[in-house]
Design a binder for this molecule. Structure first.
Ligand code: HEM
Length: 416
């Protein structure tokens, strides 16, 4: 096994090859608060790999702020912070006020209203994929599904769905040459330093969101965009143009990639664990529990990060004010202190308090009930129809240490 000195979670090769797991295990066991060097202009970061350390950082928002960036490791100057700030990068009362604008739309009860629509959508998605016999599970099953739900919530035409997918791919794939317009690590991306993910795709998202906002301002429509432009946050400070843009962009990105990758990872795990697949076929009432195990194993978001607001310590390690602290959810989800035999797929695992959506802090995923519903309905629909799913090749992974993404996954279905 590698020594902790040589482990770097900034090394994207590790993630593209699909095996950061040995590195997580090594750090969790031997150096749970580990300093990762980075190339200039970044200064390095602390990697937290143990479940309980991660929870305590997410909870302590006074010490560990979201305001200096959360979704990747890039160090932002004040101008970038101001230009790119979304709800995710906001602490305190303003964060709560922004979150409450959309909270009612994403409760378990509110999203249950989409169940019939989701069942119809899943059935037609699976009909089309299964008719092919052999297909790419990502393109033909997992990719369209979450975005179609979001399109319905945003009330945008089906014809625009591929634009939404494309924008998500280009932004989240900002370290992957196949997806990025401009690699986030390249000098050329300096031109886009004031945009989320340093991606020019963000400009297209903003323009699209503005068009929708103009159409819906002052109307009594009930879609997410109308709700966003026609409400004042409870702190009394109206949404600025930047606030609207970044909120809209966050909804488009957050609701798209993550659920897609969870569905694809889960299929891959079920293929590799035929006993678990057989169990769910025999006892479909276990699927809601299985969804939690799918989320734990998939861990579609590798990390988020915070910045220390003062000198402090984590688990005995001194942390200086201004240091970046990275919470590796994917590692916490494999922590043997919390999950017995963590690499084993056990769809009956209970309790299963995974941290795929974060855990315990105020930024815990707003869309978690929707994501859970989508994943549950997908597998409740798929499992009874399939006798066996066969992998025709290894999943092709996204080059990213932020999103645990799968770009392609060729499969063959044998129908029941
Ligand atoms: C399997 C699917 C998903 C996963 C794994 C996931 C994961 C996460 C994580 C890890 C966070 C940050 C937690 C933290 O910092 O404490 C987050 C925040 C967020 N997610 Fe999700 N997410 C998923 C699906 C969705 C969906 C479907 C939506 C809605 C369209 C959504 C909307 C959001 C929003 C708006 C935030 C920011 C919340 C805040 O700052 O208060 N997510 N998500």
């Amino acid at each position: 096994m590698t020594s902790t000195k040589n482990v770097s979670l900034a090394d994207l090769d590790l993630f593209e090859k699909g095996d950061p797991w040995a590195a997580f295990d090594e750090l969790r066991a031997n150096q749970p608060v580990h300093w990762d060097e980075e190339d200039a202009p970044n200064h390095g970061f602390w990697s937290l790999t143990r479940y309980h350390d991660i929870v305590s950082v997410l909870r302590d928002t006074e010490t560990f702020s979201s305001e200096r960036g959360t979704v990747n490791l890039e160090e932002l100057d004040d101008e970038q912070i101001e230009a790119r700030k979304s709800m995710l990068e906001t602490d305190g009362i303003r964060h709560r006020s922004l979150r409450r604008l959309m909270q009612g739309e994403f409760t378990p009860r509110a999203v249950a209203g989409y169940e019939t629509f989701l069942r119809g959508l899943t059935a037609s998605t699976l009909d089309a994929a299964f008719a092919k016999g052999e297909f790419d599970f990502v393109a033909d099953v997992a990719a369209d599904f979450p975005i179609r739900v979001l399109a319905k919530m945003l009330d945008v035409p089906d014809a625009d769905i591929y634009k939404l997918i494309d924008w998500g791919n280009r932004m989240v794939g900002n370290d992957d040459p196949e997806h990025a317009d401009v690699l986030a690590s390249s000098a050329e991306s300096e031109k886009y330093r004031l945009l989320p993910f340093r991606s020019p795709a963000a400009l297209e998202v903003f323009e699209y969101g503005r068009m929708l906002a103009d159409e819906r301002r002052g109307t009594d429509r009930t879609d997410l965009v109308a709700r966003l432009v026609n409400q004042v946050p409870e702190d009394g400070v109206p949404l600025s143009e930047r606030d609207f843009n970044s909120y809209f962009l966050l909804l488009v990105v957050a609701g798209n990639e993550t659920t897609r990758h969870t569905i694809t990872h889960s299929m891959n795990y079920l293929i590799r664990n035929p006993d678990q697949f057989a169990l769910l076929k025999e006892q479909p009432e276990l699927i809601p529990w299985a969804v939690e195990e799918f989320l734990r194993l998939a861990s579609p978001v590798f990390h988020f990060r915070r910045t220390a607001q003062r000198d402090t310590e984590i688990n005995g390690q001194a942390i200086r004010e201004g240091d970046k602290v990275v919470t590796w959810f994917a590692s916490g989800n494999r922590d043997p202190e919390v999950f017995a035999d963590p690499y084993r797929m056990d769809v009956t695992r209970s309790p299963n308090e995974h941290m795929a959506f974060g855990r315990g802090g105020p930024h815990m995923c707003l869309g978690n009930a929707l994501a859970r519903l989508e994943i549950r309905i997908m597998f409740e629909s798929l499992i009874p129809r399939v006798d066996r799913m066969v992998s025709l090749g290894e999943p092709d992974r996204l080059r990213s240490n932020f999103v645990n993404g799968i770009k392609r996954f060729p499969v063959r279905v044998e129908l029941a």
